[in-house]
Design a protein around this ligand. Structure first.
Ligand code: DAH
Length: 373
């Protein structure tokens, strides 16, 4: 700020001369009018109304005028600053309104666009079929029994009457987790079937016994169209007084009715399993051709390979040696058992030709089965 003048000499404070102040105001108003967006207006505000703006600096010089001249100069500068402020406010409002209008158009959200582009997943048919089968047996009074996937060799083989040299114990068939050691009676395997759960149930549950055991099984098979190293089985076991193969047949029919539709005939043919005696394999009438494909000149059937029957399970009466190994009196009690692959049943039911389709986890595959509860 300059030192106070003794007399009013507008030349000494040139910036306060009326024409100077008017020029500053005119320049400011022109800049404000020329600002076409809010950033430009901000720059104009700083240049023409900010702390370092000519008019602000001029205002600071008022004190340098002789006292008699201050009021008049102050009035003029004040009016000019007021006009600039007012122009700034008006232009600010105009530009904000313009911007709001533009944003409304440019950033408009179309609330009519579809929102549900993320489709819901679907439960895997092996899961839903397994649950449905368990439900059927639970409704008939069976209990669910589970066992570990890493199983003692004793439960998986010995107690089920597999001899020590049975080929199933070879490493090309069975995945060993730990071999037998000198202090241990039994090695550890990834269970190759759900049958060891039979042993666990007989050893721990009171008689009579009706259990159903679904679960994962493992075998040392390479994955191809018909083999998978991991698959699911469901096992059914009943031990009671007076059970016969007729009871076994009834339980199997209940399974077939639920899985493939009521009314399909079943067929038992002699087979061999170490833990059942007698043993049988279970076939059902082909649910696709119902035997028609076996007639001369008929269309071939892909599902039963024109045999008319499809093999679905292994079964039998629990071998008395197994009952004895579990501390059950075979003269008083008898039992029946059957076991089948859930994956395989789904493949037969739904005509899935390649087992890998069940395991690839592609939701397009599962979705084809619907979102079954
Ligand atoms: N555990 C047998 C397998 O994996 C299937 C089986 C056969 C289970 C006969 C049974 C049975 O309960 O009685 O091949």
């Amino acid at each position: 700020m300059s030192a106070p003048n003794k007399t009013y000499d507008p030349v000494e404070v040139a910036v306060l001369a009326p024409e100077e102040v008017q020029r500053m105001q005119a320049e400011a108003l022109a800049a404000i009018a020329a600002a076409t967006d809010l950033d430009a207006l901000k720059a104009a505000r700083i240049a023409h109304a900010g702390d370092r703006a000519p008019i602000t600096l001029a205002n600071a010089e008022i004190g340098a005028l002789p006292p008699a001249a201050r009021a008049e100069a102050g009035k003029r500068v004040g009016a000019a600053r007021g006009a600039i402020r007012e122009a700034l406010g008006r232009r600010q409002a105009e530009l904000e309104a313009e911007r709001d209008q533009r944003v409304l158009v440019e950033e408009a959200v179309d609330v009519t666009l579809p929102w549900n582009r993320m489709p819901a997943g679907a439960r895997h048919p092996v899961t839903t079929v397994g649950e449905r089968l368990v439900d059927v047996f639970v409704n008939m009074g069976y209990e669910v029994a589970e066992g570990p996937e890493i199983e003692a060799e004793w439960y998986n083989f010995d107690a089920l009457n597999f001899p020590p040299d049975h080929p199933a114990r070879e490493t090309q068939d069975t995945l060993f987790v730990a071999g037998p050691d000198p202090d241990q009676r039994s090695g550890l395997v990834l269970r190759t079937h759900t049958s060891p759960v039979q042993i666990r149930a007989m050893l721990t549950r009171p008689l009579p016994l009706y259990v159903v055991s679904p679960g994962k099984c493992f075998r040392a098979d390479a994955l191809d169209a018909t083999h998978s190293p991991v698959f699911q089985q469901i096992e059914c076991l009943a031990v009671d007084e007076g059970l016969t193969m007729a009871d076994l047949r009834g339980a199997i029919s209940a399974f077939v009715d639920v899985m493939f539709g009521a009314g399909l005939r079943t067929r038992l043919r002699p087979d061999f399993f170490p833990f059942t005696e007698p043993s049988a394999d279970v076939s059902m009438e082909c649910h696709v051709c119902r035997g028609e494909s076996t007639k001369p000149g008929a269309e071939p059937c892909r599902v039963c390979r024109s045999q008319g029957w499809v093999e679905i399970a292994g079964c039998g009466m629990v071998n008395p040696r197994v009952l004895v190994a579990c501390g059950i009196d075979p003269d008083r009690y008898s039992g029946f058992a059957f076991g089948l692959g859930i994956d395989r049943s789904v493949m037969i039911r739904d005509g899935v030709a390649d087992i890998r389709e069940l395991h690839e986890g592609d939701v397009r595959f599962s979705r084809a089965f619907g979102v079954e509860a």
